[in-house]
Design a protein around this ligand. Sequence first.
Ligand SMILES: *[C@@H]1O[C@H](CO)[C@@H](O)[C@H](O)[C@H]1NC(C)=O
Length: 273
Amino acid sequence: MRGVYVSAVLLLNCAAGDILRGVDVPLYAFAGGQATLSCSYDLRATRLYSLKWYHNGTEFYRYVPTERNHPTYIKPTLKFSVTEQFRNEQRVTLSLTRLSVSASGQYRCEVIAEHPSFRTEASTAKMIVLREPLKAPVLVGAREIYEPTELIKIGCQTRQPFLQEHLPTLKWYLNDNKVDPERVTPYSKSLLPGYLGLSLHVPGEEIAAAGGSMQAECRLTLGPHTLSTYKTLRVRVRMISYVDNYYSLGVVLRGNVMAVMLTSAAVTIATHC
Ligand SMILES: *[C@@H]1O[C@H](CO)[C@@H](O)[C@H](O)[C@H]1NC(C)=O
């Protein structure tokens, strides 16, 4: 399916004689952080006259191959620092660092073909720079040990508020497997505005059956960014109560020949008694 789609796009590009293949811009970045921007082009049909990057319509990077001494020019700005990370005959990749919130907006890459066509093509993508760095979610209500008869309930919530249009997702995993939807319940309504919560419900029996412990992970995802918080869920296994039986039986049967056998199988002995 994917192969079909890709070849269709290539055909369109060839038919149109396009030189710009597209831009790669992360939808989300964080103030003070970094973002990698890529612009891909194809020079099979023609030669490149210039490749420029604009932010909200203001040019900040220019590559003009015919300018032999200074083919690239970066215009300093207070919104971010720009370094060229990679450049070849197909792609220019920039690294934007020290991002400020005002670095949010539209990023446009424009390519112009050489004389005689001077064909101009551009592609634009949005980036949103969030003020606060992303924080790992917090787990609430978890205990160190549970009984196998209990329904274990744990909450996972964000440590910071999010705007309605930039909501992250929360997901629960048990031993790296995504938890079924019927085992999770959102509870954002009971939190402060902009905070998200997702509770997990697992029968203690299930964890007992898996050997007494499972790794629970709450994963927060926003665009390409992912942060997780982990907790090992432990359930008292029934073995412990067999040992209790063993000791009590041991007391009752002390002195009896059968007591010797108790060390191997307390439960079996119990039925014999
Ligand atoms: C660019 O536009 C976005 C919204 O479109 C705005 O948030 C941002 O502050 C603008 N930045 C500059 C420097 O114009």
